[in-house]
Design a protein around this ligand. Structure first.
Ligand code: ZN
Ligand code: ZN
Ligand code: FE
Length: 804
């Protein structure tokens, strides 16, 4: 019997022949309890913690890893057993987390001591896999203590920190099932590893300079450099070189962030001309000189997960203009591996630290592969011989400014990409899945999810499946995720889009497929992220999602539960020319919107708005608009952002996803708050009560253009656009909530990476008395889609069996 801890009463020991109550009545109140634990209890110092706790309380028995998590047997006086359970919950080691606990009374064994026993291998492999954790303070002190035997050891770690997921080959998590198995521990390390009182007791990657992995530096041609690799690497970086550094989840390409030539050379060689690159600052005080950091930003930057945090750049930040061209935000992180700390100890300032891959290819993670693929990019390689079993990118979050009226359910951190530090993300859901389910996510920001019993596990970000190498990495990761968790799916959930590579992959697996509508999956993902059940109002806003009518949806209000949704309102459709290129060329949605707002005659007479387009292209567009019904219709909010960016002259082409929208948001943030522009929220067919409500932005488009012609500053126009969209979404959501008798509104989809939009929608809905929920741990982008797909498929299967 395993039972959840979420608010449920702690289960009392089951009544056996001698239940605690009975035995207490009989006099001698000594018992033995078996405590079965689930959650993050392996590789986090949990067993020595239990060992110390049991000894403090004079209990005998044992603790071991199990395939579910951990199994504890404790024997002693009943009040001490109860105290043991209380302290178990309340004084856990920093990385440990208990999500399930079941306590049963079993016969006494009369042992003399409490022991840590070998892992049990029976049953389902259900233990939670721990993500990779940034170097802890204790290890940092040792790293820079000349008298410590791990002084300057680039692989220092302990049970509170170090690599985990990236080195795991199987569960239970033991050294033999990690890539550290090839390193034989020296007697000193072995003693630490076996001593329950030691901080490195069963720290699986435990090692020292004598017995652990080795670090070396090579030139671009592969010849090893003899000097101390860290000092030499730092010297090269200082001179402006580009160094490929093997880290935790793969290789980074690094160079000095304040060195114009180095940064532009890196951009050129990597073939990346616009997309912002991440920085690693040596410390929080240095990060403060680069970006605006509030309390939430600081705790994200310094937390165990050490994500890349997107923050507003300071005007006088000392970085090359090539790091994030024309971008008022910077992506910043702090050092998280001993190699980073050692490099910065050489006196380096902030570095550009960007994933080592070319364009959309998966991250390099293997020495030979890196030297082959990065030969034309890196001037040198800092390598080591600890194998990276799973390549994994850095995770990315954004911090939202404080909302004045929104409730606490609005997270101030927006998860953008899941990766090193937080993946795999494992969560307990309230309802059991009838069969094991695999969900394959979207296409551009793919990530997969496994769901069995009450556990759902979401993979790291796996990238754009249109790239063949990324697609191969995706299928392999899905396979290995199943192996690692010993889950054989009987059902595969996928997006409704028939052309997604993930859809075709799902349909080729030979198990029962279930298609889930894109925006429904977004909302269910947001619900799961906030442990919400039952019906909610969902507001799903993004760039592209296949609708049930074949149109491209992207601004959808629904009333839904996990199994079913009803589309209640959406952005008024407009024609989208050249559906394939529409996400790059911002003029395409713009011309469709102008056509919808003013008509074809206006477009033909208008010499101004599209003057940057070649006349032949414009004529072709006009001709196609003569038959608007033959053109794909869209309700995409992402495309509305693109169109407005074009119309305000901010961005012609999205060189990377979301570029125009980000530019628009950044300009809006430079303007003080302004009033919304006109818009309409009304039913499309007044006679039909069931017809969806349309969010009509034609009045706004007309006003925007008029004001632009009169010379309204673009910052104010951008701000007014944001305010209009926020008011429109909030009004439609409030009306929907009122009609449905609901209070809870869930915001999900890639558009809610936009902090201004999120903050304003949340504030307005908060003022209207709604409970607003945003993503907290699972990406609000398509990276979180698979979780929603899996839970929707499970809910639909449950409904089918109930109905049958
Ligand atoms: Zn440590
Ligand atoms: Zn050693
Ligand atoms: Fe989406």
């Amino acid at each position: 019997m395993l039972s959840g801890l979420n608010g449920t009463a702690i289960p009392t020991p089951s009544v056996g022949e001698s239940s605690p109550a009975n035995s207490a009545a009989l006099g001698p109140s000594r018992s033995r309890w078996r405590v079965d634990l689930g959650g993050r209890v392996q590789g986090v110092g949990f067993r020595p913690f239990v060992w110390r706790l049991a000894r403090q309380l004079d209990l005998v028995g044992s603790v071991g890893n199990s395939t579910r998590g951990a199994l504890v047997e404790v024997e002693g006086r009943e009040e001490d057993l109860q105290r043991f359970l209380d302290r178990l919950e309340n004084t856990l080691p920093p990385l440990a987390r208990i999500t399930q606990r079941a306590t049963t009374e079993i016969p006494r064994r009369f042992e003399r001591e409490f022991r840590i026993v070998p892992s049990t291998h029976g049953g389902r492999r259900n233990a939670e896999i721990t993500p990779d954790v940034a170097t802890c303070n204790n290890c940092l002190i040792e790293l820079f203590d000349p008298s410590n035997r791990r002084f300057h050891h680039a692989f220092i770690n302990c049970t509170d920190c170090g690599p985990r997921y990236s080195i795991i080959r199987g569960v239970p998590y033991d050294r033999g099932r990690t890539t550290m198995s090839v390193f034989r521990m020296c007697p000193n390390c072995r003693d630490e590893y076996e001593d329950p009182a030691d901080r490195r007791f069963h720290a699986q990657p435990n090692a020292c300079p004598k017995c652990g992995p080795r670090l070396w530096l090579t030139g671009a041609d592969g010849t090893a450099v003899e000097n101390s690799p860290i000092a030499e690497c730092a010297r090269l970086l200082r001179t402006g070189a580009i160094v490929a550094i093997k880290g935790i989840g793969g290789f980074h390409l690094t160079c000095r962030a304040d060195h114009d030539t180095a940064v532009s050379r890196l951009r050129e060689r990597k073939g990346r001309d616009a997309k912002p690159m991440a920085l690693m600052a040596p410390s929080l005080p240095v990060a403060h000189t680069l970006v605006e950091i509030d309390d939430v930003g600081a705790s994200e930057l310094t937390g165990d997960q050490r994500p890349i945090v997107l923050l507003p750049r300071k005007r006088d930040a000392e970085t090359s203009r090539h790091v994030a061209p024309r971008n008022p935000s910077l992506a910043v992180m702090l050092p998280y591996s001993p190699i980073h700390h050692l490099l910065f100890a050489e006196g380096l300032s902030s570095l550009v630290v960007t994933s080592a891959n070319t364009s959309d290819e998966p991250l390099c993670h293997d020495n030979d592969e890196a030297q082959r693929r990065l030969a034309n990019i890196a001037d040198a390689f800092l390598l080591h011989d600890r194998t990276i079993e799973r390549r994994i990118d850095d995770s990315v979050v954004r911090v939202v400014g404080r909302c004045s009226a929104a409730p606490d359910s609005v997270s101030r951190t927006i998860p953008v990409r899941s990766g090193r530090g937080d993946a795999p993300y494992s969560t307990e859901v309230s309802q059991r899945s009838p069969v094991p389910i695999l969900a394959v996510g979207g296409d551009m920001k793919s990530a997969a999810c496994l769901h069995a019993d009450r556990r759902a596990i979401l993979s790291e970000h796996l990238g754009d499946l249109s790239n063949p190498a990324t697609y191969r990495n995706f299928t392999r990761t899905v396979e290995r995720l199943q192996e690692l968790h010993h889950i054989e799916p009987a059902v595969v959930a996928h997006d409704l889009h028939p052309e997604y590579a993930s859809t075709r992959f799902a349909q080729g697996l030979g198990v029962q497929p279930i298609a889930v509508q894109h925006h429904h999956a977004h909302i269910v993902s947001g619900m799961a992220d906030n442990a919400l059940e039952g019906r909610v109002v969902g507001v799903a806003c993004d760039g592209t999602g296949y609708g049930t009518d074949g149109a491209i949806w992207g601004c959808e209000l629904m009333v839904c539960d996990a199994s079913h949704f009803e589309r209640v309102a959406h952005l008024r459709y407009f024609p989208l020319l050249g559906a394939d290129n529409a996400a790059q060329d911002t003029w395409r949605p713009a011309i469709g919107l102008i056509f919808d707002a003013f008509g074809l005659d206006f477009l033909r007479r208008d010499r101004d708005t599209f003057k940057t387009l070649p006349p032949t292209l414009l004529a072709l567009a006009h001709r196609r608009l003569e038959h608007p019904r033959r053109i794909t219709q869209t309700s995409s909010l992402g495309r509305l952002f693109d169109a407005v960016a074009f119309l305000l002259g901010i961005c012609d082409v999205n060189k990377y996803e979301g570029q125009a929208a980000a530019a628009l948001e950044d300009l809006a943030l430079e303007s003080p708050p302004v009033d919304p522009l006109p818009y309409a929220v009304s039913r499309s067919n007044h006679d039909d009560d069931a017809a969806p409500i349309q969010l009509d932005v034609r009045p706004m488009i007309r006003r925007l253009l008029e004001e632009a012609r009169q010379g309204r500053p673009v910052e104010q126009s951008s701000r007014a656009f944001h305010e209009t969209v926020a008011c429109m979404l909030a009004e439609a959501a409030r009306k929907t909530a009122e009609r449905a008798g609901l209070l809870r509104v869930v915001l999900s989809g890639g558009c809610f990476v936009n902090q201004l939009l999120t903050q304003r929608v949340a504030d307005l809905l908060g003022l209207a008395g709604c409970d607003v929920y945003t993503h907290r741990n699972v990406p609000t982008t398509d990276g979180g889609l698979a979780l929603g797909q899996a839970l929707t498929a499970a809910a639909q299967l449950r409904r089918r069996t109930e109905c049958a």
